[in-house]
Write a protein that binds this ligand. Structure first.
Ligand code: GLU
Length: 501
């Protein structure tokens, strides 16, 4: 028999540290896709809650849907959580390795009369739904096999029908719980769609009841793993109502529930693939740092006590985290804020820290670099461009001057280069650059001064034109420093005038 929890009932406003009840929470992803931003944010809130209460954070892989579950997704979920710093204390546990536990629970429910075998065929269920639709009723199972006699059952079995197991849901029941985010919630039994299927028999199986379904497996696991708080997305609220009935039927303590708001796009709809990204891998490839993305996710639905504070590590956020400060309203995904947070982390990193993160982006841009022999030089570049980066992926553009063979000129840069007299100014600068690779900052500044004087132009014009010629942009890392780094390597000076017509 499963190790069902028989502890005393927990009340939602207990101070868990004071009462020495160990908080145990879990993230329970289904490996039917890569780690999704919504799952990752739920994992963040669970992690913060566990760490705030010095509790345990458990990883459980809900892989009972064998047709859609894949090993590569399990790997992706684990590596994504680890990348974000969301370390788990126990697991990963796999539901497919725990089937006996669910079968024992199903047997208990059958033995106690809380569940029964239903022999309806898909065609019969379809007819039932069509009739309900014709009468403008919500689709539901009409519980027709709840009270079959033994004789009827045998007759249906003799026809070769395979049953599903249904759990009895009393239409008159009101399910009430205090949600730690949403307050008191009530759900009517009659709104749960009739007696619910908790197990099916897979095709070609000889088992008398086979595959447990989500609601049953979740409850058995949360009981067995002694989960104290179930923190998950608000799309699970109706499941919670069903699950509370299962806890009761299995004679277990009901955990506390907290339903977190959905992540919305700018139009206020659920963030989806159509918004460009949904998986954590997408964010990694776009050049976000894990610590910045984790930081941003803490703010996706949670407001810290000091609402002006926006930059913190997961551990710092955990110290302040409470479910009371999780918002009920959907959390709008704000790209500008994520970019800003990412830039804050990037700007604090040294060249030595940054260089390994930037190398893949330089390589992807096709820049000819030798990671070993060029390292000191690459580190200088990382130091130089660090303060100009918003995402790691900006590295290619920000260092085009230092690696690029060809420069793409923006309209602004072209307009700058085409101003009267600019070509002459740039040529004069080029002529003055000494052939040796050792150009000092003073010498570079001196060249600019001389040219400014000779042509009687403003220093700003020379600087802007140089930048446009070098980089094809009017914004970017420090120009003189870029120039010095460039000179160390030796470079084709004619590049500066490529943009000139
Ligand atoms: N496997 C479910 C999901 O990925 C878990 C939901 C829960 O936390 O109970 O949505």
């Amino acid at each position: 028999m499963a190790n069902f929890r028989l502890g005393t009932s927990l009340h939602y406003n207990i101070d868990y540290r004071k009462d020495f009840v160990t908080v145990r929470v879990r993230i329970a992803p289904s490996p039917t896709g890569n780690l999704h931003i919504g799952t990752a944010r739920t994992a963040v809130f669970n992690w913060l809650f566990a760490h705030h209460h010095q509790g345990q954070f458990i990883l459980r892989v809900e892989d009972t849907d064998q047709e859609r579950s894949r090993q590569e997704y399990t790997d992706n979920i684990q590596s994504g959580l680890a990348w974000l710093g969301l370390t788990w204390d126990e697991g990963p546990f796999f539901q497919t390795q725990r089937l006996d536990l669910y079968r024992q629970a199903i047997q208990t429910l059958l033995d106690k009369g809380f569940a029964y075998r239903c022999y309806c065929t898909p065609e019969e269920l379809e007819q039932m739904r069509a009739a309900q639709k014709a009468q403008n009723q919500a689709p539901r199972y009409d519980n027709r096999h709840r009270h079959l006699t033994e004789e009827q059952r045998q007759g249906l079995e003799a026809e070769g029908r395979k049953p599903v197991i249904r759990f009895i849901i009393d239409d008159d029941r009101e399910i009430v719980w205090h949600d730690l985010v949403r307050g008191n919630l009530t759900w009517k039994g009659s709104d749960l769609g009739g007696d619910m299927v908790i197990a099916r028999i897979p095709e070609n199986s000889e088992q008398s009841f086979g595959q447990p379904l989500y609601n049953l497996a979740v409850v058995v696991d949360d009981m067995d793993m002694k989960i104290t708080h179930v923190i998950r997305g608000e799309d699970h609220i109706a499941n919670t109502a069903k699950q509370i009935l299962l806890y009761e039927a299995l004679g277990a303590t009901v955990p506390d529930f907290a339903h977190t708001p959905l992540i919305l796009n700018q139009e206020g709809r659920k963030l989806s693939k159509r918004d460009g990204v949904t998986s954590i891998d997408d964010f990694r490839q776009m050049g976000f740092l894990p610590q910045a993305l984790a930081n941003y996710m803490t703010l996706l639905g949670w407001t810290p006590p000091d609402s002006t504070q926006e930059i913190f590590t997961l551990s710092e956020a955990a110290q302040q985290f409470s479910l009371e400060r999780v918002n009920k309203a959907g959390a709008k995904f704000d790209w500008d804020k994520l970019d800003w947070i990412n830039s804050q982390y990037l700007h604090k990193m040294s060249g030595a820290e940054l260089v390994d993160l930037l190398v893949p982006y330089w390589q992807e841009a096709g820049y000819p670099i030798n990671v070993d022999s060029d390292r000191p030089w690459l580190e200088q570049i990382a130091t130089l461009i660090g303060p100009s980066l918003t995402r790691l992926s900006d590295a290619a553009k920000e260092s085009v001057l230092l690696f690029g063979e060809t420069v793409n000129y923006s309209d602004e840069a072209t307009a700058q280069m085409e101003q009267e007299g600019v070509k002459e100014v740039l040529q004069a600068v080029l002529e003055k650059i000494p052939p040796s690779s050792q150009l000092t900052e003073e010498e570079a500044k001196d060249i600019l001064k001389q040219v400014t004087k000779t042509f009687k132009v403003k220093k700003g014009l020379v600087m802007r034109s140089l930048r446009a010629g070098f980089m094809g942009e009017l914004h970017g890392p420090d120009l003189i420093q870029s120039w010095l780094i460039l000179n160390q390597k030796g470079w084709d000076k004619s590049r500066l005038t490529h943009g000139l017509s």
